[in-house]
Design a protein around this ligand. Sequence first.
Ligand SMILES: O=C1O[C@H](COP(=O)(O)O)[C@@H](O)[C@H](O)[C@H]1O
Length: 261
Amino acid sequence: MTPLVETESTKDLLAERIAARVNEVLVEAQQQRGRASIALTGGSMGIAVVAALAASTRTGEFVPDWSRVDLWWSDERFLPDGDLERNAQQAADVSDRFALLVNLPPENVHVMGDSDRFNTPEEAAEDYIAELRAAARAENAEGDFPTFDVALLGMGPDGHVASIFPGREETQIEEPTIIAVRDSPKPPPLRVSMTLPLISTANHVWYVVAGAEKAEAAGRLLKGTPALETPACGVSGRISTVLFATPDAVPAQDDETPTPN
Ligand SMILES: O=C1O[C@H](COP(=O)(O)O)[C@@H](O)[C@H](O)[C@H]1O
């Protein structure tokens, strides 16, 4: 599915817009199901969105009841607890350990396992599957996984999303699950990730992308190339799939126009 594109002139304004849209989706989910959930992402834009969510809560905008929101992650770097490179640590750092999301209980924050707690990323992946299954049971979900109202995805300049990288067999996994990733081309080498089919169970899949270095991959995303080449192409939301981007992160309209001789 070709994503819709929404742009905002600066990274900060983009983060604010995404946060406002996330708040709307979470409020609506709470009206329908009583609870809501989001799969967060790492990367520069992903963390900017967490900061914007915290800011929107502080300023009393239209926000969900955070005591009834579950925070999940679509991927994590398998590093020691508190390592500054961990996605969850970076999100915690910009939200005063999630305290700025007022009333969010610690048990709602579902961080993927770290290398202090687990010997291998495979063990951390198994543990996260168990945590997701427990949430699915509590929700009376039909399958092994709870509802994800929205999954945010940063995208690397190579087109990777979560820790699913181009040219690798993980792009071909058809099962919705959590996997260990070894020898990641982007450091650190050990990671834990949702597979592309698991991300695609989310109601809304929103790419959050800023900066000219992402424009080439965004072009491939909008063209719809194979997931093996552009993992970002291997996901879509049940309700919406949107590329939220700064203008420089989206290829210019006439990029495809042949140059006259
Ligand atoms: O390593 C990762 O990279 C992507 C994108 O990061 P960015 O800094 O280029 O925006 C991120 O979304 C993913 O969660 C992360 O682990």
